[in-house]
Design a protein around this ligand. Sequence first.
Ligand SMILES: Nc1ncnc2c1ncn2[C@@H]1O[C@H](COP(=O)(O)OP(=O)(O)O)[C@@H](O)[C@H]1O
Ligand SMILES: O=C(O)[C@@H](O)C(=O)COP(=O)(O)O
Length: 420
Amino acid sequence: MTLQLGIIADDFTGATDIASFMAQAGWNVIQLNGIPAEAVDMTGLDAIVISLKSRSCPASEAVALSRQAALWLNHHGCKRLYFKYCSTFDSTPEGNIGPVTDMLLQLMQSSLAVLCPALPVNGRTVTAGHLFVNGQPLNESGMENHPLTPMTDANLMRVMEKQASGACGLVPLSCVHAGNVAIQAKITELQAEGKRYAVLDAMTEEDLLTLAAALPEGVLLTGGSGLAGALATLQPGNGLNDATELFATAGKAIVLAGSCSSMTNQQVQHYRQLAPSRAVDVPRAVEDSSAYLEELVDWCQSQSGALAPMIYATRPAEEVKALQARFGVKVAGSAIENLLASLAVKLSQSGVNKIIVAGGETSSLLVQRLGVSGFTIGKSIAPGVPWVKDVNRPLWLALKSGNFGDERFFATAQEIFHER
Ligand SMILES: Nc1ncnc2c1ncn2[C@@H]1O[C@H](COP(=O)(O)OP(=O)(O)O)[C@@H](O)[C@H]1O
Ligand SMILES: O=C(O)[C@@H](O)C(=O)COP(=O)(O)O
């Protein structure tokens, strides 16, 4: 069987998210860290996910990275590409969703890209081209306070047109409910009007299944993990990839939280009651990183108990804004990402083999610094968050998107790990 989909994911949590939905639908999926340096065994694979750290870097860099990934996927037999970004459409005013989509349209010689962030199982719905998170408009959902990519407009057509080179239309819910013929007619109409992008309305899993069945082969697929999960559900794959061995009884675990999203704030507050924890001292992370790193390593190593210790940079929005005003958005963000990544590397060299991470940018740097070349996809902890295993060593990670999971996520992840 040939590869059904090649996915370019703009961060690592997003990559495990989409890989997990496809694996649960029965596809055999591998997740790679960037473009692999060595040959990959493609036997029996239905989909390949290339994870990038391209969500909030400069647009030119995101375009170059995504282009290399697309060319690699094409060269390795993926004729249908899927650009995976966040179900909350996380992007800066300059991009990177628009510029990367434009590049992929040109590369694939396609005239229209569909934009489908909807992920109803996690409360992300799109109606009249407007994105809602658990019933709240995107710009009132907490995402307006995101440290790197604050989202201040729920109108996806407007957001896309600001950062891309063409006009954006809509496939409205009425068309989706009318089925295949109406969806295809709308897409033809939008193409005839010269639209380069079409936001897809979707409120339910059923809407996503309808869209997945109707979308013509030639359109470029972009969006969250929902549409990919629907495509995998409709098309039989080579076999469920949910059986990755998870029974490493020896070895320690650690929880590292670098996300300041609303749900991570709740998860951190909850877990602080259950396990030893330490807040990152952000000024020290910025000013005194190596001595501070050693201190945190020692602290983590001295903890014992049923549940893993947690180090968290997570703060409420007002505190994040004050820290950013003092140090600068990039300096504060990079210092924290670097600290948590260095901590993961040091701890993995001294007996920690299960790392639970909250935050997309945070996870991306951490995985890159750990030197993981690829992951197999294991058990799902929450929708869009599986345990994944390093293909080359006994190291397991749970890369949690900022707003995914419920309040108990960090404890649940550890319980699930040992369940048979
Ligand atoms: N207390 C803080 N002050 C400033 N920036 C922070 C703080 N805590 C985390 N950050 C930064 O915010 C960003 C969060 O992004 P990310 O890891 O992608 O989380 P999410 O998944 O919620 O989007 C990272 O760059 C992280 O280093
Ligand atoms: O689509 C989603 O919501 C996630 O897969 C995702 O990309 C989340 O990004 P972060 O919240 O930055 O982890």
